[in-house]
Design a protein around this ligand. Structure first.
Ligand code: H79
Length: 598
C-alpha cells in the first residue's frame, strides 16, 4: 500500500478543531492512512461538484421492466421475476446498443449542470459493460461486442466531465458468490468468497488501470459481505489509486468506512452533519429502463431536491436508465434540459457552496460561501412569504448588499431584533426557485434565540430546536418530525448529547422532567446546564415502542443565576440503550415572578 501511514496525533487534533467548526462538510480523516488535510484535498472536487448523474445500464434494459404479466421490474428483474441464468443469458444476445453515443450522454449531463457521472460497470446480475479479461459475461458476449466504458471515458475527458463506476459486490452470476435462495439448480459446494474477492479485485484493477475512475460506488454489500472484507477492499482500491473516492457501501454503510454516506431515494431531514454524503435518486420509479414507468418527477421538483440536498451539505446523484439501443429516454432528456436552465442561471448558489450556516428558514433553503472578510449567503426561495420578507433568524452580520442572483436586480436588506431580513418583491420571482444573494461582512454570526420561559416561568426545550453534539465518526442522534411532534431518535452512541440554548430569568430550583420513549429499560441520563446537573433517579422505562412517550421526572436542578445557558441531556454510558426524546421541561418550584401567583 503506497499511502503513508502516519498520524494518530493529527486525528486527535482534528477532533479538537472539529469543535470550533461550523456546519461545513468537514470530515475527519477516514482512516490512519492520511491526514485531515490530505483527506480534505482528496474530497475537494467532489464537495464542490454537488450534482452528478447516475447511469443504470445493463442487459436488464432489454426486457425494459416487463416479464410475464408484470411490468414493474427493473435492474433486479433476474431476481424479481426469478429468471434462470440460461434464460437471462438470452438478454446478452439481444443487447445491441447501436445508437450508443456517449458524447450525447455527457452533453446531456453537462447541460443539466452535472459535474460527474457514475455508471454501473457491473450491477447485481454480474454483467460487465467493459471487456473484462476475468469473465466472458461481459459486453464482448453481446452482438455489440465493443467496450462501452472506454468511449464514455473519452467523451467525459473531452468535455471536462468526471467519471466514476458503480460496482456491485453482490454478483448473481459468479460461481463463487452464493446463489439466490430460489435457485435450486446452482451448486453451492464451490462457493468461496476468498476466490470471489480475488475476482473483484482483479476487475477493479482493470477498471482503475483502463479508465482511471474518480469514484468507486459499491453496492450489494448487505448480502454476504463483512466490515473486515470492506476495510480490506477499501485499502486495496486506495492503494491502486490513492486519491479515488469510495462510497460507504464498500463496508456496511456506516461512518467508519468509506468516504461518503449514501442515502438512497431519500434526503435526510437535517443532512448528515460532520459527514460527506450523497443522495442517489431515480427520476421515475426505477433505476434500470422500465418502459411502463410514467412516474416521472417534475423538473421543478428535481431542482428543489438539488437545492434541499446542497443546503444540507450533500451531493445529488440523479439517475438515468438508458434504453437498450443506447439512448436516454425522452422524458429524462427533457428534465435534464429544464434543470440545466435553472443551474445555468443559479449555479453560483450551488457549486462550491457549503450547507446552511444559519438554521432552518420557513421560505426555502440557504447555501453559503463563507470567508473571514466577507461571506455570501444564497437564499433559495421556494415559498415566498406574502410580505416578501425573507428572515434569516438570529443572523447578526453587517449587510454589504443583496441582489437577485439571476439578473442582478438589487434587493433591500436590513438588520432587526429577529435577525437579518431580505425583501423579495413579488414581481421578480423566478420559478421554480428564486435565488437571492446576500453579501455580509465576515463569517456568518448567528445568535440562536434562547428558549424563553412561558408565563408560568416554565422552560420547555423541544426536540425541534435541539442541537446534537457527537464526536467525529460517531453516528449522531437524528431529529425527525416538525414542531411539537419532533423527536430525537437513533441515539445509539452514549457519547452524543443533545443541547438547547435557554434563558433563565428567575434563579431558583426547577423540577426537571423529560418526555421520552424506549424499547428497553435501563438508560440513565444527566440533565444539566453549564455548571450543574441532575441524574435520572430511576432508569428510563420500556415504553413498549418508540412512538409511545412517557414523562420521566428527573429531579430538582438549582439554577442560581439568571442569563443565557446551555441545557444538555447526556447519557450515562453504563446500561445505555437508545432513548427517543421529545422535550425537556424545567418547572419552577417557587412560583413565577411575572406569572401572577407568587
Ligand atoms: O442500484 C440501485 C438498486 O438496484 C440498488 N441500489 C440502487 C443504487 C438496490 N439494491 N437494493 N435495493 C436497492 C433495495 C432493495 C430492494 C429490494 Fe426489491 C426489495 C430488492 C428486492 C425487493 C426493489 C424492489 C428491487 C426489487 C424490488
Amino acid at each position: 500500500m503506497s499511502i503513508p501511514l502516519q498520524r494518530r496525533s493529527m486525528a486527535a487534533l482534528a477532533v479538537l478543531a472539529g469543535l470550533t467548526l461550523g456546519a461545513a462538510a468537514q470530515n475527519p480523516a477516514p482512516s490512519a492512512d492520511e491526514t485531515s488535510a490530505e483527506h480534505d484535498a482528496r474530497m475537494q472536487w467532489w464537495r464542490e461538484a454537488k450534482f452528478g448523474m447516475f447511469i443504470h445500464w445493463g442487459v436488464y434494459a432489454v426486457p425494459a421492466g416487463e416479464w410475464a404479466e408484470r411490468k414493474n421490474h427493473g435492474e433486479w428483474i433476474r431476481e424479481t421475476a426469478k429468471i434462470p441464468m440460461d434464460v437471462y443469458a438470452g438478454f446478452l444476445d439481444e443487447f445491441n446498443p447501436v445508437q450508443y453515443n456517449p458524447e450525447q450522454w455527457v452533453l446531456a449531463a453537462k447541460g443539466a449542470g452535472m459535474k460527474y457521472i457514475v455508471i454501473t460497470s457491473k450491477h447485481h446480475d454480474g454483467f460487465c459493460l467493459w471487456p473484462s479479461k476475468l469473465t466472458d459475461y461481459d459486453i464482448e458476449s453481446t452482438p455489440y461486442k465493443r467496450d462501452l466504458l472506454g468511449p464514455l471515458k473519452e467523451a467525459c475527458d473531452k468535455h471536462g466531465m468526471k467519471l466514476g463506476f458503480y460496482y456491485s459486490i453482490m454478483d448473481w452470476h459468479h460461481p463463487n458468490y452464493p446463489p439466490r435462495g430460489w435457485e435450486k439448480d446452482r451448486p453451492r459446494e464451490q462457493i468461496d468468497m476468498e476466490k470471489y474477492v480475488v475476482y473483484m479485485k482483479g476487475q477493479l484493477k482493470e477498471l482503475i488501470e483502463s479508465y482511471d475512475p474518480v469514484v468507486l460506488w459499491f453496492d450489494g454489500e448487505w448480502d454476504a459481505w463483512t466490515k473486515q472484507q470492506g476495510a480490506d477492499l477499501y485499502a486495496y482500491v486506495r492503494s491502486l489509486k490513492p486519491d479515488i473516492i469510495v462510497n460507504n457501501r464498500v463496508g456496511k454503510r456506516t461512518r467508519e468506512l468509506g468516504d461518503f454516506g449514501t442515502p438512497e431515494q431519500s434526503i435526510p431531514s437535517r443532512g448528515m452533519p460532520g459527514w460527506d454524503w450523497e443522495t442517489c435518486m431515480t427520476m421515475n420509479n426505477h433505476w434500470g429502463w422500465n418502459k411502463a414507468d410514467k412516474g416521472w418527477k417534475s423538473a421543478d421538483s428535481l431542482v428543489e431536491r438539488l437545492v434541499d440536498i446542497v443546503s444540507k451539505g450533500g451531493n445529488f446523484l440523479l439517475n438515468v436508465g438508458p434504453k437498450p439501443d443506447g439512448t436516454f429516454p425522452d422524458e429524462a432528456l427533457e428534465r435534464l434540459a429544464d434543470i440545466g436552465t435553472w443551474t445555468s442561471r443559479n449555479g453560483e448558489a450551488i457549486y462550491g457552496t457549503t450547507a446552511n450556516p444559519v438554521g432552518p428558514v420557513s421560505w426555502g433553503r440557504v447555501t453559503a460561501k463563507k470567508g473571514a472578510e466577507e461571506s455570501r449567503l444564497y437564499l433559495h426561495v421556494m415559498k415566498r412569504p406574502a410580505d416578501g420578507a425573507l428572515l434569516l433568524p438570529g443572523l447578526r452580520n453587517t449587510v454589504k448588499g443583496a441582489r437577485l442572483l439571476h439578473g442582478g436586480h438589487k434587493l433591500e436588506a436590513r438588520s432587526g431584533d429577529m435577525g437579518l431580513t431580505v425583501t423579495l418583491p413579488e414581481d421578480v420571482v423566478q420559478p421554480p426557485v428564486t435565488v437571492a444573494e446576500l453579501s455580509i461582512e465576515g463569517a456568518p454570526k448567528v445568535v440562536k434565540p434562547a428558549i424563553q420561559p412561558d408565563d408560568d416561568g416554565v422552560l420547555t426545550a423541544p426536540a425541534a430546536l435541539a442541537e446534537i453534539r457527537a464526536p467525529d465518526r460517531v453516528s449522531p442522534p437524528q431529529i425527525s418530525g416538525e414542531g411539537d411532534n419532533a423527536y430525537v431518535s437513533h441515539w445509539h452512541a452514549p457519547s452524543a448529547s443533545v443541547t438547547w440554548p435557554i434563558e433563565v430569568k428567575q434563579p431558583g430550583v426547577y423540577e426537571v422532567a423529560v418526555v421520552v420513549s424506549a424499547e428497553q429499560e435501563g438508560a440513565y441520563m444527566d440533565v444539566g446546564v453549564d455548571y450543574t446537573s441532575v441524574q435520572t433517579q430511576t432508569s428510563v422505562p420500556d415504553t413498549g415502542d418508540y412512538n409511545t412517550y412517557t414523562t420521566v421526572h428527573v429531579g430538582p436542578l438549582n439554577l442560581s443565576y439568571p442569563g443565557r445557558l446551555t441545557l444538555s441531556v447526556t447519557p450515562r454510558a453504563e446500561g445505555w440503550t437508545p432513548v427517543n426524546i421529545r422535550r425537556v421541561i424545567l418547572t419552577p418550584t417557587f412560583g413565577a415572578m411575572d406569572g401572577g401567583d407568587s
